[in-house]
Design a protein around this ligand. Sequence first.
Ligand code: SIN
Length: 320
Amino acid sequence: MKHQHLVILGTGGTIAGRAANASDNLGYTAGQVGISELLATLPVPPGAEPVISEQVAQIDSKDMSFAVWATLAGRVSHFLAQPDVQGIVITHGTDTLEETAYFLQLACNPAKPVVVTCAMRPATALAPDGPQNLLDAMAVARHADAKGVVAVCAGTIHSALDIQKVHTYQLDAFSSGDAGPLGYVEEGIVRLVKNWPLANEGRASSAIKNIVELASLAEWPRVEIVMNYAGASGTVVEALLAQGVQGLVVAGTGNGSLHHALEAALLKAQVAGVPVLRSTRCLNGRVLPKPGDGIPDSKGLTPVKARVALILRLLSAGQG
Ligand code: SIN
C-alpha cells in the first residue's frame, strides 16, 4: 500500500505572526514564521506519516491577491493529483480565509480534503491557538471520508460555503450561520454533525476549466462590492462603471433591499452589460427572491463570496 501523505501549504497569517512581546496579541506582524518552523513545534501522532510542507506565500491575508490565489490553486491541484497524497492543510490568515476557502472550492472542486486553518493569536503569544488549530486541521485531513474545502478553527469544522469570520478578537472567530458547522475535533477525533461537502456543492456553478491558466492571466475581472445604507446614492456605481468595472455585488439591507437611487444605478449597470448580484449585509439568512426583482439574488452567498463566484463566472466565460 502506498504511503498516504499530508501536504501542508503555508500562506502566512496570524498563525505565522510574530510579536516583540509574548503578552501582545495585537501588535504583531502576520506572516513571519515559516511553515516548517510551525510544524516543528507539533507533536507527531504515533504511526503518522511525515508531512510534506511548502511555503506558498508569507502574507497578512488582508493583502491576499489574485496572484497568490492562482499559485495556491495550482499547488493544491498539483498535490491533489498525486495518488500518495491523502489531503492538504493550508495555514492562512483569518481575515480573508472565507474568500480563499470558497475560491478553492469553486476552482479546484476537490474530491480529497483541503483544510484551511488559522489562528487569532500570533505564534509568539503566551498561549497561541495556532498549534492546536493546525493539529486539528491535520486530524480532519487524515479522516478517511473527508473531502472538499473545509476550515478548522477553535475545534470546529466549517464548510467553505458557510464559513464567515464573525468576531474581531475571540479565538472562536468563525460561524457557519444558519447552516451550522460540519462538526468538531475533540482530542484529535473528528465528530461530524453533517455530511462532508459534496463534489460540485457550490451555490454558483462556476468552476474554472483550467487552473494553470489562472497564473498566466495579467488581469482578473474587476468585480466590486457596493453597499446599501441610509442616504445611499448611485454615484459609486456610476464611478465604477466609468472605470470599466466588469461585475458588481451589492450588499443590500435586510432581504437585499436597496435605496431607489442605488437600485436605479445598478439596473443601468445591468443594461450596460455588467452583471450584478444582490446579497445582504445581514449576518444571517439569505436574500429570498420575490416577483419583480430586477437584480438576481446571490443564492445565499455573502457579499465577499458572491464576488468570488462572479469573478470565476466571468473567468469561465472568458475561457470559452
Ligand atoms: C491575517 O488575516 O493574515 C491577519 C489576521 C489573522 O490571521 O487573524
